[in-house]
Each structure stands twice: as structure tokens, then as C-alpha cells.
Design a protein. Structure first.
Length: 130
């Protein structure tokens, strides 16, 4: 996947972890944070406690995050929640909703996640959310 695609996942995980931490599913929040940490460590080469460590590659760069099966299984559900705009969203008018690329990005990411889970030999998974 590209860094741009990973940035969608990272942003959605940030939203999910924040919301679930406050009166939600604490386990889901922790899992979302673990996905973000994996990206920071593997892609940005961030080292906890080392100021100035890590930097993200260019958005067009290819990145290959390695997540656990449990982490990959959460991603489609989080994308459904945060990336694809709600058609009834009062903040988006019909024209803005039609112009968004979020559904296409979500579909591309689902295909990449599907390939990753197949490569890892993960049984009983679905990219339709958890």
C-alpha cells in the first residue's frame, strides 16, 4: 500500500481509539492504538522516548506494515466507521458527498487487507467489518 493509504488507516485508528477510550470499548481502543504504534515503529521508525526520531516517507512511497491477524481484522470495521462518509451527514451537502473519494479509498484498502490476510494464512476473516 502507499503511505497515503496508510495515513487513512492511521487517522481512522486515531479517531476510533479516542472515541472508544471515552465510555466505549477499551479493548478496541487499545487495539486501534497498537495499530498506530506498529505504523510509527515500522514505517516512520519512531523510537519511544527518543525526541526527533522517526519521519514518515513521502505519500506516494510503498509501505508494508506487518500487523497481527487481530489487528488486520479491526481495520475494515474502523474504516467503515470513519472513512466512508454517512450519506445523511448534515455537514456534507450532496455535491461534496459525490466528490469524496473515501468510498474508493475504502474499497482499495479492503482489497489490500484481503490480500494481506490471505498471504498470512488467516482463517475465518472478513473485510466486511468485525
Amino acid at each position: 500500500m502507499t503511505m497515503d493509504q496508510w495515513s487513512y488507516i492511521d487517522g481512522c485508528m486515531d479517531n476510533d481509539a479516542s472515541v472508544e477510550t471515552v465510555g466505549g470499548d477499551r479493548q478496541r481502543a487499545d487495539l486501534a492504538r497498537s495499530i498506530r504504534r506498529a505504523g510509527w515503529e515500522q514505517i516512520a521508525h519512531w523510537t519511544p522516548g527518543v525526541p526527533g526520531s522517526g519521519s514518515w516517507p513521502p505519500m506516494e512511497a510503498t509501505v508494508t506494515p506487518r500487523l497481527t491477524a487481530e489487528q488486520w481484522r479491526l481495520v475494515p470495521s474502523v474504516l467503515d466507521r470513519w472513512l466512508v462518509p454517512d450519506e445523511e451527514d448534515e455537514e456534507l451537502d450532496a455535491e461534496e458527498l459525490a466528490e469524496t473519494t473515501a468510498p474508493e479509498v475504502a474499497a482499495e484498502l479492503r482489497a489490500l487487507i484481503s490480500a494481506q490476510l490471505t498471504e498470512q494464512g488467516v482463517p475465518n476473516w472478513s473485510t466486511k467489518g468485525t
